[in-house]
Design a protein around this ligand. Structure first.
Ligand code: ARG
Length: 280
């Protein structure tokens, strides 16, 4: 008998909500430059393994009943596989991305063009630097937003005006966790998981006020990119090496699904970085 059927108290019943994601095949993926501490252009990347790992992630979404759209990768843009950075989409409204590093600047217009051609009517051309869902994480009642390495805090105000939603700025302080989605993941509208050491003391205090029951990641799980995860409310896809995080999620009633994206990690990206949610 399950705890539910016995009437005994149990963890909250988790529900998976079908999602629509945008992904970019890693046809031109490489580590050709270094714009974060994970990238070592002198070390080899196995391109065919990267492709297989990416396909396994896409197939996992499809098997869970999610919809996956694909954007055509562009030669010369090796980081375009990290679709999370391409825009922020909430309620069908698209805030375009504007990248800090010159190597990635052309990705911004490339993603905006995909949105224009795919029926998204309300697209905002960004005025300030923002790296999409790398730094903007929709959390239901508000958007959590990172700054310190990539996105400009002015972009937080720009997003707040455009979406008409509170945007809560959080300062990142550890260069290994250069995007918010490397240090924090939204599990559902009530819960997040994060690595406190990646944030300034003031931002840690803010997170503690908003989420007193958050899942707190260990240094080991954070370093395995365990926070670069995607949740549908029940299933949480995360790097398989983040075993402590998976155990904590299972304890809370989520179903963790470990993924091996070792080749993409060589560019400082994993599950979440490869995935942009298209919220209708
Ligand atoms: N090499 C890329 C960069 O440094 C990785 C981006 C990872 N994406 C993410 N959403 N964190 O910009």
């Amino acid at each position: 008998m399950t705890p539910e059927s016995s009437g005994a108290p149990s963890a909250t019943q988790r529900v998976a909500i079908p999602r629509r994601y945008l992904m970019c095949p890693p046809d031109h993926f490489a580590v050709a430059y270094a714009i974060n501490p994970w990238m070592h252009p002198d070390q080899p990347v196995d391109a065919s393994l990267a492709a297989r790992q990416w396909e396994t992630l896409r197939d996992a979404y499809l098997n869970l009943g999610h919809q996956v759209e694909a954007i055509k990768p562009i030669e010369g843009l090796p980081d375009m596989v990290f679709a999370a950075n391409g825009a922020t989409v909430v309620g069908g409204k698209v805030l375009g991305a504007s990248f800090r590093n010159k190597e990635r600047v052309p990705e911004g217009p490339a993603y905006m063009e995909w949105f224009r051609k795919n029926g998204f009517a309300e697209i905002h051309d960004p005025q300030f630097i923002n790296e999409g869902e790398g730094d903007f994480l929709y959390a239901g009642d508000w958007i959590l937003a990172g700054h310190g390495f990539r996105s400009d805090p002015n972009a937080h105000l720009e997003a707040q005006e455009f979406f008409g939603m509170p945007v809560i700025g959080l300062r990142l302080v550890d260069p290994r966790y250069y995007h918010l989605d490397t240090a924090l993941t939204v599990l559902d509208h009530e819960t997040i998981a994060y690595y406190p050491e990646a944030f300034s003391p003031g931002s840690r205090a803010v997170l503690n006020t908003l989420y007193p029951n958050a899942v707190i990641a260990t240094a080991e799980d954070a370093a395995a990119f365990g926070l670069n995860a995607v949740s549908d409310g029940l299933h949480v896809l995360l790097p398989q090496a983040a075993t402590g995080m998976a155990a904590q999620l299972a304890e809370r009633g989520y179903e963790p699904i470990g993924m091996d994206l070792s080749e993409l990690l060589k560019a400082g990206g994993s599950v979440k970085c490869c995935t942009l949610e298209l919220r209708g």
